[in-house]
Design a protein around this ligand. Structure first.
Ligand code: ATP
Length: 283
C-alpha cells in the first residue's frame, strides 16, 4: 500500500513539472513522426528503414558484447550514412516538406473552395467525360487535393481557366495542341494542360492498361490527387486514388465518387470512407 502511495506521489510530482510547452513539444514530435511514417509507408523506403533499424540493433549488440572493431566500423558507417540517406531519400524528403508546407499553408489560410463552385466543376467534368467516353476521346484529369502538384503543373502549359465541359472537350480533342498529357485541376480551375505525370512502377497493373492509365495510377501513388482517366480505346471511365484504380464506372457511380472525394471532406467523412471500402481494386 505504501509503495502504491509512493508511486502516486512520484506521478503527481512528475505531472506538476509538466508544462504546456512540454505537451506542445510532444505533440509536434508525434505529428512529425506520424507524417514521416505516412511518407515511408507510401514508398519503397520501408525496406531501407528496416535495414537501418537492423544496423542500429547490431551496433547496440556489438557495444553490449564489447566487439569494439565492429562497433567502431558501424559507428563510422552510420556517420557517413546520414549523408547517404539524405541523398537517397531526397525525393521522399522533398515530398514530406512539400506535404507539410502545402497542408499547413492551406490550414492557415483556409483555402477552401466554395462548395457550390466545386459542385459545378464536378458536374462539368462528369458531363465532359461522359461525352468523351461516347466519342472515344482519351482524357486524363488530375484533381489536386492537399498535396500541391507544383512540379507537375510546371511540365505543362499554364491555363488557369474556369473548368467547363466545353473547355475540357476542346483540350482533349485529338487534334488539339494540348490533348497529349494531363489536365491538372486546382481549386476547381484548370491550372494547366498537357502535363506529364509519373508512371506507376506497380508490376501488378493489368497488361491491357497503357501509358495513360499507368501515369494516372502513378500520379495517385505519389500524391493524394484524384485522377480521372477516359480510355481512348474502350471509352471506359476510371478513377485512380491512392494507387488504386476503379474501372468501368457508370455515370452515377462516377459522379458520386467524385463528389465524395472532392467536396469538403468534413461534410461527409463517413460516406467517403464507406465508398472507399465498397470499391474493390479492379485491375
Ligand atoms: N506520363 C504521362 N503523363 C501524361 N500523359 C501521358 C503520359 N504517358 C502517356 N500519356 C497520355 O496517354 C496517351 C497514350 O495512351 P495509351 O494509349 O498508351 O494509354 P492507354 O492507357 O492504353 O489509354 P487508352 O485506353 O486511352 O488507349 C498519350 O497520348 C498521352 O496523352
Amino acid at each position: 500500500m505504501a509503495s502504491v502511495r509512493e508511486v502516486l506521489h512520484i506521478l503527481l510530482n512528475f505531472i506538476q513539472t509538466v508544462s504546456i510547452w512540454d505537451i506542445l513539444d510532444i505533440l509536434i514530435v508525434a505529428y512529425l513522426i506520424y507524417r514521416i511514417i505516412t511518407v515511408v509507408r507510401k514508398t519503397s523506403s520501408a525496406s531501407v528503414i528496416k535495414g537501418i533499424i537492423l544496423l542500429l540493433a547490431v551496433m547496440w549488440l556489438s557495444s553490449l558484447l564489447n566487439l569494439n572493431v565492429i562497433n567502431y566500423l558501424l559507428g563510422q558507417t552510420m556517420k557517413l550514412g546520414v549523408l547517404v540517406l539524405i541523398v537517397l531519400f531526397q525525393p521522399e524528403l522533398r515530398r514530406f516538406l512539400e506535404q507539410m508546407g502545402s497542408s499547413n499553408f492551406r490550414m492557415v489560410f483556409a483555402r477552401k473552395v466554395k462548395i457550390g463552385y466545386m459542385e459545378a466543376c464536378i458536374s462539368n467534368t462528369v458531363a465532359a467525360c461522359m461525352e468523351m467516353s461516347r466519342k472515344r476521346m482519351g482524357a486524363l484529369i488530375v484533381f489536386e487535393r492537399e498535396i500541391a502538384l507544383v512540379d507537375h503543373i510546371k511540365t505543362g502549359t499554364k491555363l488557369d481557366a474556369i473548368l467547363t465541359a466545353e473547355l475540357l472537350k476542346s483540350i482533349f480533342f485529338p487534334k488539339a495542341p494540348l490533348h497529349d498529357g494531363a489536365v491538372i485541376v486546382r481549386d476547381g480551375r484548370i491550372s494547366a494542360a498537357a502535363c506529364m505525370l509519373p508512371m506507376s512502377s506497380n508490376i501488378n497493373i493489368s497488361r491491357d492498361l497503357g501509358m495513360r492509365h499507368r501515369s494516372g495510377i502513378g500520379m495517385s501513388e505519389v500524391s493524394d490527387a484524384v485522377v480521372v482517366i477516359v480510355s481512348e480505346e474502350t471509352g471506359s471511365i476510371s478513377v485512380a486514388i491512392d494507387g488504386m484504380l476503379k474501372r468501368h464506372l457508370a455515370h452515377e457511380t462516377f459522379e458520386k465518387l467524385l463528389r465524395n472525394e472532392l467536396l469538403a471532406e468534413e461534410s461527409r467523412p463517413d460516406t467517403r470512407t464507406k465508398l472507399r471500402n465498397r470499391f474493390k481494386v479492379k485491375k
